[in-house]
Design a protein around this ligand. Structure first.
Ligand code: PEP
Length: 253
């Protein structure tokens, strides 16, 4: 069996201004002199990426962006492209976060374009998938997750699929304080891995890291991360507090 390195990422969403962002990044660097076996990523708002990069650049912490436009450049006011993100030190980018799908019209196919664009320009996409509460209650969790996964990975070759990070984030658990139980999460993670195995083979399925996201906190992280198909966490609210985030990273170790 392949061992997958756990990956814990903090999505700061549209929070903070320059000074608190630099202070938070500084505390993370101080608390994380050595990443150990865990890959740690911070994902600040776009306008703060460069300031945060200056703080973390000599540390094991990687930098991610929250979104990108699939084109390389062009008349797309307000957007940023993968080469732009690369040029300021990003190595990761979120694609298809449920808040983008919900508020900004990101369709599964559009997310697939973003994922492909990320790979084209040397970024690792974190492809977010997950069902709403209505979809779960209607027994559609697997159908929804499968459709998002298929469209999200549609334009990739095998190697690119293997290097993609998938984040399973049940929409009903994001920012609600109500996390999926470890068993509920593991069930969907195992489903995702089985679909990857079916479509892309064992070598790919064994390499893809599948993070769980949705109200991960220091007190529930260890049980979630102990599940066999959970390879890390995508953390929203708790990533805004250095101690909480560092405790989640410690749980991943
Ligand atoms: C997220 O934004 O991806 C997330 C999981 O948020 P929270 O941890 O606050 O639920």
């Amino acid at each position: 069996m392949t061992t997958r390195k756990q990956i814990v990422a903090g999505n700061w969403k549209m929070h903070m201004t320059r000074e608190p962002a630099v202070a938070l990044a500084t505390k993370l660097v101080d608390g994380l002199r050595d990443g150990g076996d865990v890959e740690v990523v911070v994902i600040p708002p776009t306008c703060l990426l460069t300031d945060v990069r200056r703080v973390i650049e000599a540390s094991p912490i990687a930098l991610g962006a929250q979104n990108l436009h699939p084109a390389v450049q062009g008349a797309f006011t307000g957007e940023v492209s993968a080469p732009m993100l690369r040029s300021i030190g990003c190595t990761y980018v979120l694609c298809g976060h449920s808040e983008r799908r919900q508020h900004f019209g990101d369709t599964p196919e559009w997310v697939g374009e973003k994922v492909a664009a990320a790979h084209r320009d040397g970024l690792t996409p974190i492809l977010c998938v997950g069902e709403t509460l209505d979809e779960r209650e209607a027994g559609r969790t697997e159908a929804v997750v499968e459709a998002q996964l298929t469209a999200g990975l549609a334009k990739l070759d095998r190697d690119q699929v293997a290097q993609t990070v998938v984040a399973y984030e049940p929409v009903w658990a994001i920012g609600t304080g109500r996390n999926a139980s470890p068993e509920q999460a593991q069930e969907v993670h195992a489903f995702i891995r089985a679909r990857l195995r079916e479509r892309h083979g064992d070598a790919v399925a064994d390499r893809v890291r599948v993070q769980y996201g949705g109200s991960v906190k220091p007190d529930n992280a260890a049980r979630l991360l102990a599940q066999p198909d959970i390879d890390g966490a995508l953390v929203g609210g708790a990533s805004l507090d250095a101690e909480s985030f560092l405790n989640i990273v410690a749980a991943a170790r």
